[in-house]
Design a protein around this ligand. Structure first.
Ligand code: BGC
Length: 796
């Protein structure tokens, strides 16, 4: 007996604790310092990232240049796991610690569709971009999209999706707005939570990103965002808070930028005080790819994992521990968090993935979601749905033929096919004018040949619209209706421009709309404009010309079918804007301070040159952006300062009408404050309505926006005459504003007006309640104070 116990002891001493079998703290205790450091940095950089930062060109990759060969070994490790994944973590096989595979992104899983010496393909579903998903205002549907994306993650051997992305649409020119949801934090937070729940229902991790205040792409790795604590708490952090509290994502990705002078990934205030202490986040924090500058500060801040990782970072961590500059206990905590999430991953559990997700079913879901998020902006004289007799269509605009399914960069997806508008129309039984189609095909082919080659992360070059003045009248004679598509693309690493051809129409586009509309109107025929765009553009100067405008966004691989579903009337549109379309760029509250200013050395407060918003490599010098508009972003600004938009937040037309009645506020069965309202379909087409609850809070103590969105719901499909009662819970949190002096959320005493509407400027019913005493709803950590006063916009 004694003998066998001794043998067992000896064996146990030899066999180190194994992750999953021994407690995590025992596994951490058995690690060497080198093993610990290796776990906190990823396995290395990916080829796509090297291309993004310009270290490799697509020619390097194609020709397998020397530079390529040098990087290839490092990249191979991740590529061997799942080709095209953005990164992976280190293994410590001695302790049963596995590698974890991470891949983008917001519109679907981004991996390479083909592999060397492998005849199989690995295409994924390109779902609609995030901005479209938010425009559905349908959390159940977004959850289903999340489930499908999560399933593709699982079945392709990936552990973490690097999405959803939820930075606020502070300014329409941010090049990544298509990856983000809205200008409003409630829509952002609720849609994000729905997506996270869907993804994680598949047993894989979601990574919410980019935390935080990363609303600009220009100079994104060295930009200092200067913003007040109140604007941070009420706007830029709020969506993340809702997502963390409602859905507990497995991971958060810190952003590239600095916030009030400190890199987000090095900010203890952000990653520990706010994220973990105030909100109770339980997962792991990873950096954005090569974000931040000091690995030791990142560990101390609570940024557990440095991605994609390199040995210099690991060496710095080891040296800091040895020199007593980093307490090993902090490192242990970082690693515990990494290991705790690893225990949940399919890779660790040995899941046998198929590499064959249900792409056909997912395509059907992508089509359904695409349709639900399209927004009908204009519909004069019932131009849409196309009348019974309208069958022959003349299709104008380059993007009708080359549809844009989503943006560029890490938010792009490698889908097997995409449906253009002409194909979508044909699938729906329309006849597309073949002569015009032939002209466009030839023109697009010719012009595309002239375009310079771009790398994956460069803005795609576009071709000018063809001059159609010589054929417009002929087409009007031969067709029943004209459809014109206007397209815009953008992506990571670049912001858009406020000029012609981007925010504004190019001259050739304006001419095309005028020429086609006038020719078709002369023949008594209608002209419909489709916007195949990822972000907001100028519409006020031309919206009177066409009969109808459908904002189709970038709806993923099924875009053409989705558009056809709406314009044919197969589906009644029910999308609404989750971001305002202003009358002009100068009306945007941040137009005077976007995309920031370059700081000459030591010239922090002097008049520095405005960073150009033109695409191109970002300036290397540090720059800053001051959020002077404070809490007045989007409709919060337009409504408080009486600035009329072109299309307001929450706006969207339907083929039917809805009436609101019986508004009531009181205590619900659980004694919580709740509001009910009846919504009736009073038109003659079945449809869905997005019902919005805004609150106008008393502002004796603190200035407040004129009103803020505090609840939203989408009805079920209502047949003509049918009514649904909508209930909104009103937690005390939604009455409160952030008081910087006390770092707490305060609901002032006074009258609260409850406004229920079909958009932010179409309020249908109103009621109120009075609060006798002020309530301190929650006290939060004092964190993220700006280093200097920010001269914020004040409400008159
Ligand atoms: C992007 C992230 C992305 C990462 C990995 C970075 O450049 O900012 O959103 O997840 O690359 O591809």
């Amino acid at each position: 007996m004694i003998c066998s116990a001794a043998m067992c002891l000896a064996q146990c001493e030899k066999a180190p604790p194994q992750l999953g079998k021994a407690p995590v703290n025992k596994v951490v205790a058995a690690m060497t310092l080198e093993e610990k450091a290796s776990l906190t940095v990823g396995e290395g950089i990916s080829l796509s990232f090297l291309m993004q930062i310009g270290a490799l060109t697509s020619d390097d990759v194609e020709n397998k240049s020397e530079a390529y060969q040098a990087q290839a070994t490092m990249v191979k490790k991740t590529a061997d796991l799942v080709s095209g994944a953005a990164g992976a973590t280190h293994m410590v096989s001695r302790l049963g610690i596995n590698t974890m595979v991470l891949a983008d992104g917001p519109a679907g899983l981004r991996i390479n569709p083909t592999r060397e010496d492998d005849a199989n393909t690995y295409y994924c579903t390109a779902f609609p971009v995030a901005t479209l998903l938010a425009s559905t205002w349908d959390t159940d549907l977004v959850s289903k999209v999340g489930e499908a994306i999560g399933n593709e993650v699982l079945e392709n051997g990936v552990d973490f999706l690097l999405a959803p992305a939820l930075n606020l649409h502070r300014n329409p020119l941010c090049g990544r707005n298509f990856e983000y949801y809205s200008e409003d934090p409630l829509v952002t937070g609720k849609i994000t939570a729905a997506m996270v729940k869907g993804v994680q229902s598949q047993g894989v991790g979601a990574t919410i990103k980019h935390f935080a205040a990363n609303n600009t792409e220009t100079n994104r790795m060295a930009l200092d965002t200067c913003v007040s604590e109140r604007a941070l708490r009420e706007l830029y952090l709020e969506g993340f808070r809702i997502a963390v509290e409602d859905a507990q994502p497995w991971a958060v990705m810190s952003s590239y930028n600095k916030i009030n002078g400190t890199y987000a990934s090095e900010s203890h205030d952000l990653l520990t005080k706010v994220l973990r202490n105030d909100w109770g986040f339980k997962g792991v924090v990873m950096s954005d790819w090569s974000g931040g500058s000091d690995p030791v500060a990142q560990m101390k801040a609570g940024n557990d994992l440095l991605m994609p990782g390199n040995s210099t970072q690991a060496e710095a961590i080891i040296a800091a521990v040895k020199a007593d500059k980093l307490n090993e206990k902090i490192l242990d905590q970082n690693i515990q968090r990494i290991l705790n999430v690893q225990l949940k991953t399919p890779g660790f559990k040995g899941y046998k993935y198929s590499n064959k997700p249900a792409l056909k079913e997912h395509a059907e879901l992508a089509r359904k979601a695409g349709v639900e998020g399209m927004v009908l902006l204009k519909n004069s004289n019932k131009a849409l749905p196309l009348a019974e007799g309208v069958k022959k269509i003349a299709v104008f605009g380059n993007t009708s033929y080359n549809i844009i399914t989503g943006g560029t960069g890490s938010g792009d997806v490698n889908e097997a096919y995409s449906v253009s508008l002409v194909d979508g129309l044909k699938n729906a039984g329309y006849t597309v004018n073949e002569e015009l189609l032939g002209m466009y095909s030839e023109y697009i082919d010719e012009e595309t040949k002239k375009l310079p080659k771009t790398t994956m992360f460069e803005l795609p070059k576009t071709i000018e619209e063809m001059d159609v003045s010589s054929v417009a009248s002929k087409m009007a004679g031969k067709s029943d209706c004209a459809i014109i598509t206007l397209g815009r693309n953008s992506g990571e690493g670049n912001d858009r421009s406020s000029g012609k051809g981007d925010f504004c129409l190019a001259d050739a586009e304006e001419k095309m709309i005028k020429t086609v509309a006038s020719a078709f109107h002369k023949s008594g025929k209608k002209c419909v404009v489709i916007l195949n765009i990822g972000g907001v553009i100028e519409t006020a100067s031309w919206k009177d010309i066409p009969d109808a405008i459908l904002l189709a966004w970038q709806a993923g691989q099924e875009t053409g079918n989705c558009i056809a579903d709406v314009i044919s009337g197969k589906v009644n549109p029910s999308g609404k804007l989750a971001s305002t379309f202003p009358l002009k760029y100068d009306d945007v509250p941040s137009s005077g301070n976007f995309p920031g200013v370059v700081l000459e050395k030591g010239a922090r407060d002097s008049a520095e040159s405005q960073v150009s918003a033109a695409p191109g490599p970002p300036p290397s010098s540090p720059s800053e952006i001051v959020y002077r508009e404070g809490i007045y972003v989007g409709y919060r600004y337009y409504d408080s300062f009486n600035v009329a938009p072109s299309y307001e937040f929450g706006y969207g037309l339907s083929y039917t009408r809805f009436e609101y009645s019986n508004i009531n506020v009181g205590a619900d069965t659980s004694q919580k404050l709740a509001l009910t309202v009846d919504v009736t379909n009073t038109g003659d087409t079945t449809g869905r309505e997005v019902v919005q609850l805004y609150i106008a809070a008393p502002s004796e103590k603190m200035q407040k926006p004129e009103k803020e969105l505090k609840g939203f719901a989408k009805t079920r499909l209502l047949a003509p005459g049918e009514t649904e009662t909508i209930t909104f819970q009103i937690p005390s949190r939604s009455l409160a504003s952030f008081d910087t002096a006390s770092s707490s959320w305060i609901a002032e005493a006074g009258r609260y007006r409850l406004l229920v509407g079909s958009s932010s400027r179409d309020i249908r019913k109103e009621t109120y309640f009075d609060m006798v005493n002020e309530i301190v709803v929650k006290a939060d950590s004092r964190a993220l104070a700006p280093a200097r006063d920010i001269d914020e916009l004040k409400r008159n």
